[in-house]
Design a binder for this molecule. Structure first.
Ligand SMILES: *Cc1c(COP(=O)(O)O)cnc(C)c1O
Length: 713
């Protein structure tokens, strides 16, 4: 998904699907040829409803996404539409004698839950039930098993639908379905029919279906003709009780929908609303057209000619829907101007996702052709919010992420992040099952660790870490036998092998020499492994400075952390590659109190600040518990207010700090103060704050988090 544009193809097909559904209810070809009409309305047009289900599934269901918000919104919206539609058709129900039938109450209940109170309205209840079942299954057992489960349910439905004739021959099945039809008129409902299409939509959204446009189209054409054959045979044998469900409908829809996702462009909510309204009101227009034809004596043309009838109903439904959509747009009330709490009342981090994407593109462009960015998002994405950062990068096509701990990895997966998530640090083998279940990739810290993890009996994706001189984590590069043995372990899938450089930020000659021994040591090892017949997995060496100072290294990944966030570790670092990187994070707070201090009075702990003149001191609600280092106290740091620099005075406390604003007029409570970032002409870089506290930006940024609110823009 490299393109920013929306899925326009899906919106266009909504209109086609709406007209297919009108065809089902008007039999356009009946006047000319019954078989042709059967093929068109009972087979071809049967793709329409599954398409609508898949569309909803596509936007709502994704593997690992445990957030129920989208489902709730969908159920709410669909229930609302269902309620209005039921009300809309009550006059027709009355006219048809619906309310004078026996067993009224049980029938109404049955209709509301399964069959619809008017014949096409079953779709809305099926959407609610189907979506809920699909969502729950995917959450509980994962996408793959949910697909199998809903396929089984679909097959059960099939034998009450197009294949019912076969069930009639088996007494047990016959009585089973007879009982079932007491509760729901058809198996074409929210339980047996809809769920699989929601799951299929989610499967495509989760990028678990990788076919090119061409192969999807070939697949569609082949399965479409097989479906035609299937439908005609079943029709000929007379086994169909109803004709909504075919075996070939499943592959047919999978190929078709996947092909449609290739058609990109601007999304159209008008088409979406039009299709929905056409779906709901077209039966009404069938009644209107018939009434009109009778009144003006045009039955022969408008009713008896099925094709003209179809066209007139179709065009008038579209026209009526168009008018309704236009009217709705006109009466749409402007949302009230409510003050929304946006998290900027105390102290907050502003994350500029445009700059993040810019940096990602610049860094990716600096890598050799076959090298991909592995975005390092440990420690809440260096304070930027790991999930929001990863989602944003996922959208522009980055599919490899690195974190330090399993819980960081889980958070990303459960937030819906697709692709590889490498845990670079230690994970207890006790958590092997989670590694397996959430498809997290674990770093193998050394041989003993690999043995222990393998013993847990779960298939786990791993990368082998090699120690080439840092002497922290990793197999010793000379332990060839142990490394080779690890490749043969039964449960560990070795997807990568990597090392880490320890002085890559330095361009001093001895440091460069050391780094070259690390790099060549790693490649020598790879050579030996290759010669032993081991197929090499993905390789990676560089972190940010590794890339900036050794851009010639040709690996499969570069693990980029600090540079992605647009800053250097220290301000005076010089690098071989000079890239145009933009800082992503700003740290801001607001004045909560201003007090006057007389000359000679002190401010804060230890009385470290004594006023040498009558002063105005502003109190800011941010302290070292928010990640601001305590040693920027006492004039070691400054902040920006209204574009001017003012000093931090006294000691930074756990939750507050004090600044001297004597020289700045017009300051008020609530004014924004910038601690990192730009204000007017001046800018404070993270490197400056890091240096003022004798540290590096990596430490400074990764410690922020906790209490600070994150605001993305
Ligand atoms: C943190 C980390 C990185 C990222 O380092 P940056 O200097 O922030 O790019 C890469 N590799 C490993 C093993 C790390 O721990």
């Amino acid at each position: 998904m490299n393109k920013k544009e929306g899925y326009a193809g899906i919106d266009y097909f909504r209109m086609i699907a709406a007209f297919l559904i009108i065809a089902i209810h008007t039999s356009p070809l009946a006047t000319y040829n019954n078989t042709a009409d059967f093929i068109f309305t009972r087979i071809v047009a049967r793709t329409a409803v599954p398409f609508f289900f898949m569309t909803s599934g596509f936007f709502m269901i994704a593997e690992y996404n445990y957030n129920a918000d989208k489902l709730k919104t969908f159920i709410k919206r669909t229930s609302y539409i269902y309620g209005i539609s039921i009300a809309l058709y009550i006059p027709v129900n009355i006219y048809n004698g619906y309310f004078t039938a026996d067993n009224l109450l049980p029938n109404i209940l049955k209709d509301i839950v399964f069959d619809g109170t008017f014949y096409h309205l079953w779709y809305l209840s099926a959407a609610i039930i189907g979506a809920s079942i699909a969502w729950l299954l995917v959450k509980k057992i994962g996408l793959k098993l949910a697909l199998i489960a809903t396929a089984i349910i679909y097959i059960i439905g099939l034998f009450g639908d197009s294949y019912f004739g076969f069930s009639l021959q088996i007494p047990f099945l016959k009585s089973l379905y007879t009982n079932l039809f007491e509760v729901s008129d058809y198996t074409r409902n929210g339980i047996f029919f809809a769920p699989i299409f929601f799951v299929l939509g989610g499967t495509i959204a989760s990028e678990k279906w990788h076919l090119s446009l061409r192969n999807n189209l070939i697949g569609f054409i082949v399965s479409f003709f097989l479906m035609l054959t299937e439908g005609l045979l079943l029709h000929k044998w007379g086994v169909q009780r109803h004709d909504s469900m075919y075996i070939m409908l499943i592959p047919c829809m999978l190929f078709l929908f996947s092909a449609l996702t290739y058609l990109r462009g601007r999304r159209s909510s008008t088409l979406r609303n039009l299709a929905l309204i056409i779906y709901i009101i077209h039966p009404m227009l069938i009644i209107v057209v018939r009434g009109f034809a009778k009144t003006v004596g045009l039955q022969a043309l408008l009713i008896d000619n099925s094709f003209v009838h179809y066209l007139v109903v179709g065009v008038s439904s579209a026209a009526a829907s168009f008018i309704l959509v236009a009217l709705m747009a006109r009466i749409k009330v402007e949302p009230k101007e409510v003050c929304v709490y946006d998290g900027t009342d105390r102290s907050w981090i502003e994350v500029n996702l445009d700059n993040l994407m810019h940096n990602a593109r610049v860094l990716q462009a600096a890598m050799p052709e076959d090298c991909k960015m592995m975005a390092v998002v440990k420690a809440e994405g260096y304070g930027h919010g790991a999930l929001a950062v990863s989602k944003c990068l996922n959208k522009i096509g980055i599919t490899a992420f690195a974190v330090a701990t399993i819980d960081e990895g889980l958070k990303l997966r459960q937030g819906g992040i697709q692709g590889e998530i490498l845990i670079m640090g230690y994970t207890s083998p006790m958590r092997a099952k989670e590694l397996h279940k959430y498809e997290l990739t674990q770093t193998l810290l050394d041989y003993d660790y690999a043995v222990l993890l393998n013993k847990q009996g779960y298939i786990i994706n791993t990368h082998i870490k090699i120690d080439t001189g840092m002497h922290r984590l990793g197999f010793n590069k000379y332990d060839i036998d142990k490394i080779a043995k690890t490749f043969k372990m039964r449960y560990l899938k070795i997807c990568g092998i990597y090392t880490h450089l320890c002085v890559s930020e330095s361009l001093e000659i001895t440091d460069v020499e050391f780094t070259h021994t690390q790099i060549s040591g790693f490649y020598d090892l790879l050579d030996i492994l290759s010669k032993q017949g081991i197929k090499l997995p993905q390789t990676h060496i560089q972190s940010s400075y590794g890339l900036l100072n050794y851009p010639e290294i040709e690996c499969n990944y570069a693990r980029i952390g600090i540079a992605l966030y647009g800053v250097f570790s220290s301000g005076n670092d010089k690098t071989k590659l000079q890239l145009d990187l933009h800082p992503v994070l700003s740290l801001k707070t607001r004045i909560v109190l201003i007090r006057a201090i007389t000359k000679g009075e002190s401010v804060g702990y230890d009385r470290k600040f004594i006023a040498t003149r009558d002063s105005r001191i502003a109190i800011l609600p941010i302290g070292y518990a928010d990640g601001l280092p305590r040693n920027i106290s006492c004039g070691n740091g400054s902040v920006l207010i209204h574009g001017y620099r003012v000093p931090i005075v006294g000691r930074v406390c756990m939750d507050q700090l004090t600044i001297d604003i004597t020289d700045i007029s017009n300051t008020e409570i609530g004014d924004i103060v910038t601690i990192i970032g730009k204000d007017g002409q001046d800018e404070i870089f993270a490197t400056e704050v890091a240096e003022n506290s004798d540290s590096i930006t990596n430490e400074l940024l990764s410690r922020m988090g906790g209490r600070l609110k994150l605001v993305n823009y």
